[in-house]
Design a protein around this ligand. Structure first.
Ligand SMILES: Cc1cc2nc3c(=O)[nH]c(=O)nc-3n(C[C@H](O)[C@H](O)[C@H](O)COP(=O)(O)OP(=O)(O)OC[C@H]3O[C@@H](n4cnc5c(N)ncnc54)[C@H](O)[C@@H]3O)c2cc1C
Length: 289
């Protein structure tokens, strides 16, 4: 498992990294934690003549609340999310997500930005970021722009990022009081990619009805899937067992998984239903409902 030869660049500023990406065009790829890119290169399932390592660029690794958002630097490692008290206490859905990604060795290298930019529908962060209605901040030759998460995943392993753009930040709107979220994953063994998984983020109104809800599904199609019909169904309702069961059924219907050694289409859709129900129940519990 030896990759094809490539040139390695380690710029120290974003401007230099963007200049390199522009100079080398399609031949260049951003290298962050390397936990998806390097296996692909080694297995020769991907190719890049120029690797632009963003690991030496300062200021891309942080977790903080600011101006109504949780801001996560694009190069923040999964292990940092996992260990953050802020995340554990205020954004447990993100803690749920980080701790089920691979194993500690991978999480010490893999970055949240890389997890999203890789756009593998079996990756865990995309569904969670859909549920949280996050935004992605990218910078490139044409300046900086903010991409709503619903517009970010454009196809299998494909995003709205231009070739010269670097994902520098993920912004999650700070949830109001009465909010809770959860990510629930089914894996064949610890550290495996999801057979199916569901993310749910709920805000309850003072009367106990659902004010806001986001539901994302992992490994349920060529891109991460928003379970829109389930969200619409839940809005404004008192989330009793019957309502949750119907929302979960609608989420299962939204899933369009492929059959593989992890299971058939029917099994995976059924698991999307079951896991959505569990994620909603845990999210409601955390929201205080
Ligand atoms: C053994 C193993 C098990 C795994 N299990 C899981 C799992 O259970 N769940 C899961 O979600 N993932 C899993 N992964 C995949 C991996 O952890 C994620 O995809 C990882 O988070 C990628 O982040 P990275 O920083 O390593 O990205 P890299 O590998 O460096 O890059 C991945 C892709 O994203 C692009 N990219 C990276 N950062 C940026 C950026 N800031 N701006 C623009 N483009 C960028 C790269 O050019 C490349 O195309 C596993 C990986 C391994 C090796």
């Amino acid at each position: 498992m030896i990759p094809a030869p490539f040139d390695y660049h380690a710029p120290e500023t974003l401007a230099d990294a963007i200049a390199l990406l522009r100079r080398h065009g399609d031949d260049a790829k951003v290298l962050s934690g390397g936990q998806s890119l390097l296996p692909l290169l080694k297995l020769r399932m991907g190719w890049a003549g120029q690797l632009i390592d963003i690991g030496r660029i300062a200021g891309l690794d942080y977790i903080r609340e600011e101006n109504g958002f949780l801001k996560i630097g694009g190069r923040t490692r999964e292990s940092a999310l996992e260990r953050s008290d802020l995340i554990r206490q205020r954004y447990p859905i993100l803690h749920d997500t980080a701790v089920v990604i691979a194993d500690p060795l991978v999480r010490n290298r893999a970055t949240v930005g890389g997890n999203l930019a890789h756009a593998d529908p079996a990756n865990d962060h995309p569904a969670t970021m859909l549920a949280l209605r996050a935004e992605v901040v990218a910078i490139g030759g044409r300046g900086m722009r903010v991409i709503p998460i619903d517009q970010f995943f454009t196809g299998l392993f494909t995003t709205a990022l231009a070739g010269d753009e670097i994902l520098i930040e993920i912004r999650v709107p700070t949830p109001p009081a009465g909010s809770g979220g959860a990510y629930v994953k089914l894996e064949r063994k610890v550290g495996d990619f999801a057979t199916a998984a569901a993310a749910a983020q709920v805000t309850l109104a003072a009367d106990g009805t659902v004010e806001r809800v986001g539901i994302g599904l992992t490994a349920a199609g060529p891109t991460p899937i928003r379970a829109s019909a389930a969200e619409t169904f839940l809005a404004g309702k008192a989330p009793d067992a019957e309502v949750i069961a119907e929302a979960a059924r609608l989420a299962g219907e939204a899933a369009m998984p492929s059959p593989d050694r992890r299971g058939s289409v029917e099994y995976k859709r059924n698991m999307a239903r079951v896991l959505t129900g569990r994620a909603l129940n845990r999210a409601l519990e955390r929201a205080g409902g």
